[in-house]
Design a protein around this ligand. Sequence first.
Ligand SMILES: Cc1cc2nc3c(=O)[nH]c(=O)nc-3n(C[C@H](O)[C@H](O)[C@H](O)COP(=O)(O)OP(=O)(O)OC[C@H]3O[C@@H](n4cnc5c(N)ncnc54)[C@H](O)[C@@H]3O)c2cc1C
Length: 377
Amino acid sequence: MGRAYGRVSRHKLREELLRRCHLHIFVTPRGKESLHEYYVSTLTYMIGICRCASAGVKYLESKVERIVEETDKGSVVSCTNGMLISCRLVTAASGAASGRFLNYERGGPEICVQTAYGIEVNVELCPYDSQAMVFMDYRDYLGGGEDGPPSFLYVMPMSSTQVFFEETCLAARPLLSFQKLKERLHARLRKMNVKITELLEEEWSYIPVGVAIPDTTQQHLGFGAAASMVHPATGYSVVRSLSEAPSYAAAIASALRAKPGNQLVRVPDISAKAAALQAWNALWPKERKRQRAFFMFGLELILQLDVHGIRMFFSTFFQLPEWLWKGFLAANLSSAELLWFALMTFMVAPNDLRYRLVRHLMMDSSGSNLIRMYTSL
Ligand SMILES: Cc1cc2nc3c(=O)[nH]c(=O)nc-3n(C[C@H](O)[C@H](O)[C@H](O)COP(=O)(O)OP(=O)(O)OC[C@H]3O[C@@H](n4cnc5c(N)ncnc54)[C@H](O)[C@@H]3O)c2cc1C
């Protein structure tokens, strides 16, 4: 991948975040007014913790049950411990299953899921270079005898004998079960003569991808997976959330202050709905929706490919100029650059893949949606 990798100790990260939370609760004086923003997510909390502390945000330990009231002045959030919180704007950052708090666009495709099963192990001998990460090993280890959607191996060596192996199914509808992934991983390792001497840790990953985008006219805001910020074709979201959090927070702050004529007004004078519309527009502008239509097109194509098709797809993908494939994975290509990506893919692809791409564009609903999004400027 041409970039450095580091490993974060989740135990130490958790300890550090909790330490900061406790510190924060003690040092932040409680204001008399109700909270203007209430963030539900730990991730969002991590992102904003330092700035939030100086801005007077409080961290409350409970679970949000529902949003009980919605008026033009704001909403009331009800928590499981009986606490009621009045907010000007609610931002649900409660992960992928946030249907209780947010409305989503209807009529899109059914969601699909990226599943992965990983193990950190000591082995006698690892066939991979201990200095390199392996992003996707799609080699056929079962001699074409795979049933179900294709999966690949991800390898992160800690040393020449301590290695993290993960069998991942990029996207499937219905999902590929953990049991199946586990069987495939062990079959693959056996085939490569990898002898495990000690199992150190197991990991199960379940990431819904290609979920509908939120209804951007609603009064409650979302962020992270709750706001469908997970890349439909890769399952990544963390970097996007981290990088967009400051501008989104600034957009919310500006929406609460905005007024025709550019005069600052008191917060209660601004309609919560109008502020929410502005904030949603900052998170999901038309440009983002176009990019997403492109990724959804890619996702639906991947779902239809068997292991040979997937291999053909990725060998084409990694022949593209580096800025294009890296930009696609990082979701930082503009909608115009994505058109360039499509053109280059078509030029590099073998005829079989070209045919599949054109057929997919013409016959699949993600293709017609893509055309609609790109032509409705
Ligand atoms: C094993 C594994 C590996 C992964 N690897 C990667 C990777 O390499 N790169 C990447 O980008 N993504 C990765 N992901 C996916 C990534 O972790 C998620 O997409 C990301 O965590 C979503 O962040 P989020 O804050 O939006 O939601 P979440 O991380 O789901 O956080 C939501 C939070 O809200 C809390 N919550 C939910 N409901 C309520 C409620 N009612 N009241 C109060 N709190 C509530 C939850 O407890 C949770 O803490 C991985 C996922 C797994 C499981």
